[in-house]
Design a protein around this ligand. Structure first.
Ligand code: C5P
Length: 242
């Protein structure tokens, strides 16, 4: 493999300079963190699985017209993506109460929500990703009102599509986190889906047993973490061989 310039290293991924201008190579690590880095570990094989799962989901979304940064998978742990300017907002979509929503409002985990709820978090490790409102986002200039409208519209389309896709393989999409970026083409700017979509940033429960098949197995020390990610890949029909 040729040596590439490292552009950015995150908790679960590394971004390298891509082969052509305007492209990056996204490398998936096995490292796992939770609770803003307080819990650290390694989930053997996670990077390979997330690379595949994210490739699959981004490709399906692209087919229904959701613009994404994904171009193609290069190998077991790397994919080629378009270089975008990341918007420093995490968009969380929730269908069922779990995690921080259950904690914050005292709603038992598993309670279906009356409608899908969207939340925003400001991406900042120092500040522990605080929850923010539309007012904060537009007042502080993190995203323009039109950008935010586009992000919400795309998030709801992703939720509708992925909820159905996962239900078809016996999984409930409880909640998930998305990130977006700005992409310039011919002097025009578009908001596109960035980062990854995988069991690292989705909650996926088996429809029949409510078994958790996502990163909560790591967060809550439930064991069989890699097996859970493998099961998601298996049900999607994309389990890597070997
Ligand atoms: O922890 P919380 O309940 O707010 O998480 C909601 C969803 O967003 C979960 O699916 C979780 O995996 C995802 N998330 C994430 N990255 C974060 C925070 C949450 O992927 N920094």
């Amino acid at each position: 493999m040729t040596r590439r310039r490292r552009i950015y290293e995150g908790k679960a991924k590394v971004l390298f300079e891509g082969p052509e201008p305007g492209t990056l190579v996204q490398y998936f690590k096995d490292d796992a963190t939770a609770f803003n880095n307080q819990k650290k570990g390694v989930i053997t094989g996670k990077g390979v699985l997330n690379n595949r799962i994210s490739e699959y989901l981004m490709s399906r979304l692209s087919e229904i017209g959701v613009p994404t940064h994904f171009m193609r998978r290069l190998n077991m742990r790397e994919q080629l993506v378009r270089e975008v300017e990341i918007i420093p907002i995490e968009v969380v979509v929730r269908n069922v109460a779990a995690g921080s929503l259950s904690q914050r409002f005292g709603i038992p985990e598993g309670t279906p929500l009356p409608r899908s709820i969207i939340e925003y978090y400001y991406k900042s490790d120092e500040l522990n990703d605080p929850m923010v409102s539309e007012e904060h986002i537009t007042a502080f200039g993190w995203a323009a009102p039109q950008d935010l409208d586009d992000m919400v519209a795309l998030s709801l389309r992703v939720n509708d599509y992925l909820s159905g896709l996962f239900l078809g393989i016996g999984l409930r999409l409880v909640d998930f986190k998305l990130e977006f970026g700005r992409l310039w083409e011919n002097e025009e700017m578009r908001i596109v889906l960035a980062d990854e979509i995988s069991p690292d940033n989705c909650r996926l429960w088996d429809v029949k047993t409510n078994e958790k098949l996502d990163k909560d197995r790591f967060r809550q020390d439930l064991g069989r973490v890699e097996e859970a990610y493998q099961e998601v890949a298996r049900r999607l029909g994309i389990l890597p061989e070997g």
